[in-house]
Design a protein around this ligand. Structure first.
Ligand code: MG
Length: 382
């Protein structure tokens, strides 16, 4: 078999998506498919050191300069960077074929944009990139020819089902598990603690996204993400609650045919598809879904119990800097909730308050986006 090895850099290699990406790469039957050339990590330096030993990247980056120094002393032959600037150094590498952005939060945006400008394909697990700067990012990708390949399971399902023909679809159907509070009443949801919210029924994910799944804000961010990724108006995006998480999302074509992607809920599938697109490869197979004895159920989202979802639709339609406010206020409020400083119901209140006071900038520059982001984040955190 003829293969060209692709140079891959992973931002956030010690996180939930990063570690699963390394599992995917390690388990590919064809070991020649990828060479890991760069990796970045946050605070889990012991794990990062073991990953560097195993995958031998040329360049790495840590958040803190002290950790970078420690890594350099162990691996003197590797280029070591630190901080946000270091991430841009990793991303700004013309030899890269694909970069997986697995860092959560807004730190992923600048390096992702840098790689896109160079024409590097992006396996995108970082929602903020499209939510904050979707117009800028998609315009840059169009200009350079870089492909943005979703790692998010719903968007991966849509890409797989669409066959790339977004010109002949009526709508996309994004499924939502509904999170741990799906059938709880409103009062119970409002009084929930971080511990209750972290019990996600189906997916194994990081803490922030697990809280976002409990409020359905994650689905709201995914709606905005889908709008940008597939260049679709919000009227063509529908959310359906599907607690079993077997149908990962679907596409309805103009002739009424619906094509969905189904499977065992494992992030390995969308990660591997983003890396190997448009091909499929033998590799890790976490599980197999059996149709026998299974019941798949679907219901309308309850916007009264989960107001973050309708807010996200509204904010997405307004566009400009409004999604930046939604994302920043939500992230700051979620971290407060995780620290036990506010209740579950306060997350929506904090976000709504910021949305209501914001004067939208229609076509913001990157600097304006970061300014709004910082301002909102500081006010909500304070
Ligand atoms: Mg998702």
């Amino acid at each position: 078999m003829h293969t060209t090895t692709k140079n891959l850099t992973i931002l956030g290699s010690t996180g939930s998506i990063g570690t699963q990406t390394l599992e995917v790469v390690e388990n590919l039957q064809n070991k020649e498919l990828f060479k890991i050339v760069g990796m970045s990590a946050g605070r889990n330096i012991e794990l990062f050191i073991s990953q560097i030993k195993k995958f031998h990247p040329k360049k790495v980056c840590t958040i803190s300069p002290a950790d970078a120094k420690k890594i350099k002393s162990i691996f003197p032959d590797i280029e070591v960077f630190s901080g946000d600037e270091g991430l841009i150094e990793l991303a700004d590498d013309k030899s890269l074929d694909i970069m997986l952005t697995g860092t959560s939060g807004y730190a992923g945006l600048k390096p992702t944009l840098k790689a896109i400008e160079n024409g590097t394909n992006i396996a995108l697990a970082n929602k903020e990139t499209l939510v904050m700067a979707g117009d800028i990012v998609t315009a840059a990708a169009k200009q350079s020819g870089a492909k943005i390949l979703p790692v998010d399971s719903e968007h991966s399902a849509i890409l797989q089902s669409s066959n790339g023909r977004f010109d002949i679809i009526d709508k996309v159907i994004i499924t939502a598990s509904g999170g741990p509070f799906l059938h709880k009443d409103k009062a119970e949801i409002l009084n929930s603690t971080a511990l209750d919210a972290l019990k996600h029924p189906n997916w194994n994910m990081g803490k922030k996204i697990t809280i976002d799944s409990a409020t359905l804000m994650n689905k709201g961010l995914e709606v905005i993400e889908a709008h940008h990724l597939f260049n679709l108006p919000y009227e063509k995006i529908e959310v359906v609650v599907h607690p079993e998480s077997v149908v990962h999302s679907a596409v309805e074509f103009v002739d009424g045919s619906i094509i969905a992607q189904l499977g065992f809920p494992s992030m390995h599938i969308p990660i591997q598809y983003a890396l190997t697109w448009p091909c499929r490869e033998y590799g890790i197979k976490t599980g197999s879904f059996s149709f026998f004895g299974q019941k798949l159920t679907f219901e309308k989202p309850n916007y009264d119990k989960f107001p973050c979802l309708s807010l996200a639709f509204e904010v997405g339609k307004t566009g400009g800097t409004m999604p930046v406010v939604l994302n920043a206020a939500n992230e700051a409020a979620v971290y407060k909730f995780l620290r036990g400083e506010i209740g579950m119901g306060d997350i929506f209140k904090a976000v709504e308050k910021e949305i209501n006071r914001h004067n939208v900038i229609k076509n913001p520059t990157l600097d304006e986006i970061f300014a709004v982001d910082n301002e909102v984040r500081a006010r909500v955190s304070g």
